[in-house]
Design a protein around this ligand. Structure first.
Ligand SMILES: Cc1ncc(COP(=O)(O)O)c(C=O)c1O
Length: 395
């Protein structure tokens, strides 16, 4: 088992303790298991390692083109066509130094002080954070796995004003794990387009989807919706490349794209994506598909295991994630304060989770915790073996 990419022995714990930041191993006491930031514990696909080494050995590391290397844009466009039947040309792809900065760039290009943006509540903190940093105001629309498109649209209709400029969506959804179904997405995207609200569709999680669900890209719904949508995509979740800070924007409308590229400051070289990061992505997309398939297979087993273990937590309910590698149980039967609950677990079980605090996911996250399961079965088992007696004592 030792050499399989997602076996227990594949997790390089000593390296993670030195290198994995953002609430993870390097920032926790040595005996704490972090099931926190959504960043896999496994080493990257060997083809990526090989291509990075080859490129460095060749010895030329000059400036790349501002929009991204042609091979990068080509590889992303092909991947979109091959894996989700999205009609994407290389010209529509703009390389960014992470999905987070892709969101910030769209915000900078499209929003000004006083503008409002509709976002689901809960959703990842980057949504409200990025919109606020651009001087605009996030307007939260209550959302749960059972929210119908009609309910979501009715709630948006109540909150839309003359200042509303955009709708930001996230599918698969972090932290709820929902994969928006075609009809749901079609109704919501048509409503936004009809109301002249541009759409940002964050699809960074779109490769991590469990059968029978399948990802539907917003821009694939109709030519009109495609022209009205920027897609944010990335490589931190699917290929474990968070430290390379690389992502991209897909934008079919040439005018809008020009505006985004101008706002990026890549043409002046103030910003621009590391060529090595782009080389890693090209390798991932051209040679990493089997690795990714195995990763998703492993994650599916992990998801089922987490759901089974959570079913032993008294009164706790959870919607099974259709995608992503996070799960978001409702722990209100155990505690009405998820921050205190997480502090208690860290202290007594030596396991770190992310509390459903408004600063992380919005007020709609109250009473939940987020658990990341992109680790080995051994580590996940140990974490749940430690948490279960503590949880049962609380109950
Ligand atoms: C929904 C969502 N969007 C964007 C990001 C940011 O990804 P990146 O590491 O590419 O900045 C994350 C990372 O957690 C995420 O969950």
């Amino acid at each position: 088992m030792a050499n399989l990419p997602f076996s227990d022995d594949a997790v390089p714990l000593e390296l993670l303790r030195k290198r994995a930041f953002n609430l993870r191993w390097a920032q926790q006491p040595a005996d704490v298991i972090p099931l926190t930031a959504a960043d896999p514990d496994f080493p990257i696909c060997p083809a990526i390692q090989e291509q990075l080494i080859r490129y460095v050995r060749e010895g030329v590391l000059s400036y790349g083109p501002p929009e991204g290397m042609p091979q990068f844009r080509e590889a992303v466009a092909q991947w979109m066509g091959a894996t989700r039947r999205v009609d994407c040309t290389p010209e529509a792809v703009f390389a960014t130094d992470s999905a987070a900065s892709a969101m910030a760039l769209v915000a900078r290009a499209c929003l000004k002080a006083g503008d409002e943006v509709l976002i689901p509540d809960p959703v990842d903190f980057l949504f409200h954070h990025t919109i606020e940093r651009a001087g605009a105001t996030p307007v939260r629309i209550a959302y749960s796995p059972s929210t119908t498109a009609e309910e979501f649209i009715a709630a948006m209709e109540e909150r839309v004003t003359s200042q509303t400029r955009m709708l930001w969506l996230c599918s698969p959804h972090n932290p709820l794990g929902v994969v928006y179904q075609r009809k749901w997405l079609q109704s919501v995207a048509e409503w936004a387009t009809k109301n002249k609200l541009r759409i940002l569709s964050d699809e960074i999680w779109s490769d991590i989807v469990y059968p029978p669900n399948s990802h539907v890209s917003t821009a694939s719904l109709s030519p009109e919706i495609a022209r009205n949508t920027v897609t944010v995509y990335g490589f931190s979740k699917n290929f474990a490349l968070a430290g390379l800070r690389v992502g991209c924007i897909l934008c079919a409308d040439p005018e809008w794209r020009k505006q985004i590229i101008a706002a990026s400051d890549a043409e002046s070289t103030v910003y621009g994506v590391s060529v090595l990061s782009q080389v890693a992505v090209i390798a991932a997309l051209q040679q990493g598909r089997n690795w990714l398939t195995e990763f998703v297979r492993h994650l599916r087993g992990q998801r089922d295991y987490v759901l089974e273990r959570l079913s032993q937590w008294p009164g706790v309910t959870v919607d099974p994630p259709q995608g992503t590698y996070v799960v978001f149980p409702d722990i209100r039967s155990l505690s009405d304060d998820s921050e205190k609950f997480c502090d208690h677990l860290r202290e007594h079980a030596r396991v770190a989770l992310v509390p459903g605090a408004a600063r992380w996911f919005g007020p709609g996250a109250t009473g939940h915790v987020r658990i990341c399961f992109a680790t080995s079965r051994r580590i996940l088992t140990e974490a749940f073996d430690r948490m279960e007696p503590v949880v049962k004592r609380i109950a």
